[in-house]
Ligand binder design. Sequence first.
Ligand SMILES: Nc1ncnc2c1ncn2[C@@H]1O[C@H](COP(=O)(O)OP(=O)(O)OP(=O)(O)O)[C@@H](O)[C@H]1O
Ligand SMILES: O=P(O)(O)OC[C@H]1O[C@H](OP(=O)(O)OP(=O)(O)O)[C@H](O)[C@@H]1O
Ligand SMILES: [Mg+2]
Length: 298
Amino acid sequence: MKTRDRLRIAMQKSGRLTEPALDLLNRCGLSFRQSRDKLFLFGEGEPVDLLLVRDDDIPGLIAQGVCDLGIVGRNVLNEFKLSTTGLEAEPLNEWRPLGFGRCRLSIAVPQELDYEGPQHLEGRRIATSYPGLLGEWLRTHAVKAGVVTLAGSVEIAPKLGTADAICDLVQSGGTLVANQLRETEVLLESEAVLAGPLTLPVDERGDMLELLLKRLDGVIQVRESRLLLLQTSRATLEAVTRLLPGGPQPTLMPVAGQPDQLMLQALCAGEVSWRQLEEIKKAGAREMFVLPVEKMLA
Ligand SMILES: Nc1ncnc2c1ncn2[C@@H]1O[C@H](COP(=O)(O)OP(=O)(O)OP(=O)(O)O)[C@@H](O)[C@H]1O
Ligand SMILES: O=P(O)(O)OC[C@H]1O[C@H](OP(=O)(O)OP(=O)(O)O)[C@H](O)[C@@H]1O
Ligand SMILES: [Mg+2]
């Protein structure tokens, strides 16, 4: 296959992962010109292009070398890996978890059924769109069950009498409740991931990927972070510091003309609540600011 000098990332054309994936890439400084057919987005600043496809096709496109990377659910990536075990396929790697598209792959049974563990499924039929992941779980638990593969609307199968249980994605659990099903086993915790081959290409694309990974780390690490700024006297510094939400050591700066005062800057791992701020203020802090963090480059 002809080698490319531009990095090509496959992502979902239209679905749950589309908006958050584009937003993440934008935050990494990548922008794209839309082509008329919208299946290929040309990168404007950096040499990175996007291919817009069905999410199920993403791992295969990477394995074939048509794309260098893909943004896809771990559920789809791992199912693909299992479907190609033993074949001469390019092994795929999860380069980064991306923190969106969170869901789980679970087994659910009709609500009225007494479920007492995996053995309950022995000899039963389980409907799923993930035969590889389900098959692996059944083997691990030494359960022999029939796997009924369906492309969608899996939750309806028990009511139709075509299966006794299901194995499908769950997020809020609303679809299970609406179909009188009860979640009994979690097979996989999933989220969108950056997938790619095991090794970086040794050319300009590899350099670009390295840069992209650093930017992604900068964006992902700080996405939930807040920068807390406050002023305190040296006398109350210890009490104030003790109350700071988790994160690296705060930075202290002198305040011009007030030798007794210090400016404190702390990167907090998550949201800082009003309650926490009020407690810190009681301990002696004033002039407090909580700021969102957009980028970080260590
Ligand atoms: N509630 C949810 N249900 C299903 N998938 C979810 C949910 N929340 C997050 N996801 C993740 O989003 C991914 C894409 O979901 P979506 O429903 O858009 O896929 P799809 O219908 O297979 O789309 P496509 O048309 O690209 O094949 C899933 O593979 C999963 O990783
Ligand atoms: O736990 P919940 O929040 O209810 O989400 C889970 C449901 O969402 C997905 O279906 P989707 O809505 O994408 O429909 P589809 O299967 O027809 O694509 C998934 O296949 C479940 O059915
Ligand atoms: Mg799909």
